[in-house]
Design a protein around this ligand. Sequence first.
Ligand SMILES: [Fe+2]
Length: 182
Amino acid sequence: MIAVINSTKIIKTPIFTIGNIEHSPTIKYGSLDFVLQKSNKQVSKIIETMCSVIQNKHSYIIVDVKVHDLKEKELPCLDNWHIDCVGRHDEPQKEEVHHLVLFGDCSLTSFIDGPIEIDVPNDKVINWNKLLVDPPTFQIESNTIYTYGRNLHKGMPATKNGRRLLIRITETDKINPRNIIK
Ligand SMILES: [Fe+2]
């Protein structure tokens, strides 16, 4: 079925730069309280600043934190176009709101630029890599909060050795906090 996807407007909110990125525990789907309790001061300060962009229109808020030491050409995650937290663009729950910020400039996430019209199969989880042929893209900047919804994006191989800090706050009706420390 032909669908228009990636139509949510992405909002950019620049925040402060930080000096050296310090190690902090990797946390997946943490509650705000849990992440603030377990993270170092640097990460806690960033999250407290990010709280100003939270929209509070969903049942749950979950937070991911990851400090990654990357070698040149290494990927911070799978090299797949994806939508965060859902397999399809048209899942029935209210569209999630994600607030993502990266520190460090060795590996900056790529997003599909603008809405695209595409023939999407009826599969539960879609292989977007198969469907997207040379899509228009842009790379995010560090020290900037990107607020988006079901917008396709993917991690990029590191352009040099370096440390990368990712923080993502997600507002969702689908996933409750699980407080996983990795
Ligand atoms: Fe993602």
